[in-house]
Design a protein around this ligand. Structure first.
Ligand SMILES: Nc1ncnc2c1ncn2[C@@H]1O[C@H](COP(=O)(O)OP(=O)(O)OP(=O)(O)O)[C@@H](O)[C@H]1O
Ligand SMILES: [Mg+2]
Length: 272
């Protein structure tokens, strides 16, 4: 698929390296990437066009695309969109072991789009707040779907609330009880992600996870815009598609300020 909706949607294919046994078997690649064209080496070859074809098969190749490159192509636009008041979303889809989690989350040594997004978002937040009348407030939610059930990965484990996925006529898909944790710094967000990852039902094996970052753009204390960023990775067999956590009025967090999402005042407890 090529760019759709005036370039608002970008579709990329990424080819990961062979691993372990695949490497030992000495197989040669079955796809070739040439710019935005991906050729599957069947007879006859099948050529597909995307917005980007990322060749991450071997680092020695001059066309090798690193985690940072992927972020530059796909993630930067998400940050720019979020801080300019647009809802943005990043969805990784593919067969198991194809590299979804690697691309979205990455590793400590080689962070993925999400971690780079968070660092960049908070850098942009600092820039935005150079003007003391402006402010960006950030919340993070993290849930997984396991055995067809949604789980709140930021819940503290005491009396976890059942997550009900509802469709709201105005806000779209809404999960009222999902924790939305306020983040003052990128380190806050990273810590929440680390916490959430440890809460998963089975490490490295969740069917789908959804991370939603909500930004409020404030000017002189009033709300200018509200944006949502979703980063998701879904298994091939169960490509769950629904919008991430939506607007819950308030979220409480001991260590940080509480910002009310309805009255937009710190310390607010407004459940209108
Ligand atoms: N671009 C890459 N460069 C190096 N290693 C990679 C790359 N992509 C994936 N891998 C490695 O391939 C393995 C599988 O990747 P990953 O766990 O991201 O798959 P997945 O699509 O999330 O699978 P699942 O559906 O089971 O969650 C991991 O060991 C990961 O480190
Ligand atoms: Mg995965």
């Amino acid at each position: 698929m090529s760019a759709a909706m005036n370039g608002a949607i970008k579709v990329a294919v990424r080819v990961r390296p062979y691993l372990g046994q695949e490497e030992e078997e000495g197989l040669s690649p079955t796809v070739v990437v040439d710019g935005s064209h991906v050729t599957v080496l069947t007879r006859p070859p099948q050529i597909y066009a995307f917005d980007y074809g990322f060749w991450s098969f071997d680092e020695a190749s001059p066309q090798y695309v690193s985690q940072e490159d992927v972020f530059q192509y796909l993630g930067k636009g998400l940050v720019d969109g979020a801080v300019s008041g647009h809802n943005v979303s990043c969805f990784a889809y593919g067969q198991t072991c194809s590299g979804k989690s690697y691309s979205i989350m990455g590793t400590k040594k080689s962070p993925g789009i999400l971690h780079r997004f968070i660092v960049d978002l908070f850098e942009k937040k600092l820039e935005y707040e150079q003007d003391s009348s402006k402010e960006i407030r950030v919340w993070l939610s993290f849930m997984e779907i396991f055995n067809d059930c949604p789980h709140d990965l930021l819940s503290n484990g005491n009396n976890p609330k059942e997550l009900v996925i509802a469709s709201h006529p105005k806000v779209g898909t809404n999960i009222a009880a999902l924790t939305e944790a306020a983040c003052a710094t990128s380190l806050d967000a990273q810590r929440l992600l680390d916490y959430g990852l440890k809460q998963r039902a089975v490490a490295n094996a969740c069917e789908c996870y959804i991370i939603a970052i909500t930004c409020h753009l404030q000017h002189q204390g009033s709300l200018l815009g509200r944006t949502k960023t979703g980063c998701r990775a879904a298994g091939y067999s169960n490509g769950v598609q629904f919008t991430g956590a939506s607007h819950r009025p308030c979220w409480k967090r001991a260590a940080h300020e509480i910002w009310c999402k309805v009255c937009h005042r710190p310390g607010g407890q407004c459940y209108q």
